[in-house]
Ligand binder design. Structure first.
Ligand code: HEM
Length: 55
């Protein structure tokens, strides 16, 4: 999360060898879909942090 949204999106596009495949293996995904799914992951993490604070 510290890297920021744009860096994460770039890493999803290019992949992170050896574990993370280019475009998350979704070669027919559009840029917009990959951006949306990174936003979804970031939102899920934010939600988790909020839950921890209220516990
Ligand atoms: C649309 C599908 C996917 C999305 C959106 C996605 C997204 C991400 C993101 C945002 C990261 C963190 C990148 C960073 O640290 O800068 C990541 C890391 C990683 N992903 Fe994916 N991923 C997808 C599919 C997959 C698949 C199919 C695999 C394995 C079969 C995979 C394996 C990994 C691994 C091993 C890492 C850690 C890489 C490292 O830091 O060395 N991902 N992924």
């Amino acid at each position: 999360m510290e890297k920021g949204r744009e860096a994460l999106i770039e890493n999803v596009r290019t992949g992170i060898p050896p574990g993370m495949p280019k475009m998350g293996s979704c070669t027919n995904c559009t840029d917009e879909e990959l951006e949306d799914v990174v936003d979804y992951m970031l939102a899920a993490l934010e939600e988790e942090e909020t839950e921890e604070q209220t516990e």
